[in-house]
Design a protein around this ligand. Structure first.
Ligand code: C5P
Length: 223
């Protein structure tokens, strides 16, 4: 198993999926799970800042999440919401929802079940998030903490947005990633931070392929 943590815009998702593919392992995007609950909160008209209401609602959200690195499915009920969970409204509200302790408790339990099932079935999984090495799977044999400079992260996020048909200036993307990282790293419940034994990888000057090669080598030695 590989635990891949780090702030937004470090290339985590691309790296995690390609690495899983290369290792013949499963893949779990835990950020997508927090985004799913956030989408359900917004659709229910619930205020993301209303901790009690969000905590209650989270218990009734029925979703499914795929673990195939090629095309991980994301469904709310039966509906395919892979695009909806990446929209600006969800991105804006997700840090508030993910700071609610009941939401984390529910999702971490579910993440651990999925990891156990995939490990039993395929023998390997790459899991990406913010607290995988620290909380979800501290026993993971390989923990990696991806970083990148604020400029690089903003440029990558802006590029991803425009590829998805949402034009965002680099300045706006920078403000958005910095705001989310500030909220994610200062919350009380499982804040974003590197596990003490995580391998730090700064992706600012590296291509995706260079990162994959480095991580695949580490995974083969430790994974
Ligand atoms: O990875 P992604 O940017 O899609 O994550 C969206 C949000 O979900 C993060 O900004 C963070 O608030 C939350 N998250 C979390 N713990 C995780 C994964 C994501 O709190 N393990």
């Amino acid at each position: 198993m590989v635990a891949l943590d780090g702030p937004s815009g470090t290339g985590k998702t691309t790296v995690a999926r390609k690495l899983a593919d290369r290792l013949g392992a499963g893949y779990l995007d835990t950020g997508a799970m927090y985004r799913l609950v956030t989408l359900a909160v917004l659709r229910a008209g619930t205020d993301p800042a209303d901790t009690d209401a969000v905590g209650h609602l989270a218990h009734d959200v029925h979703f499914s999440i795929g673990t195939s690195p090629e095309r991980p499915e994301v469904r709310l009920g039966e509906e395919d919401v892979a695009a909806d969970i990446r929209g600006p409204e969800v991105t804006q509200a997700v840090s508030a929802v993910s700071a609610v302790p009941q939401v984390r408790e529910l999702l971490v339990a579910r993440q651990r079940r999925i990891i156990a099932d995939v490990l039993a079935a395929t023998g390997g999984i790459v899991v990406e998030g913010r607290d995988i090495g620290t909380v979800v799977a501290p026993e993971s044999p390989l923990k990696v903490y991806l970083t990148a400079s604020a400029d690089v992260r903003a440029a990558r996020r802006s590029g991803q947005d425009s590829a998805a048909g949402r034009e965002t200036s680099v300045a706006a993307a920078r403000e958005s990633v910095e705001r989310r990282d500030r909220l994610d790293s200062t919350r009380t419940a499982s804040p974003l931070r590197a596990a003490e034994d995580a391998v730090p990888v700064d992706t600012s000057e590296l291509s995706i392929d260079q990162v994959i090669v480095a991580l695949a080598e580490l995974a083969c030695r430790r994974g």
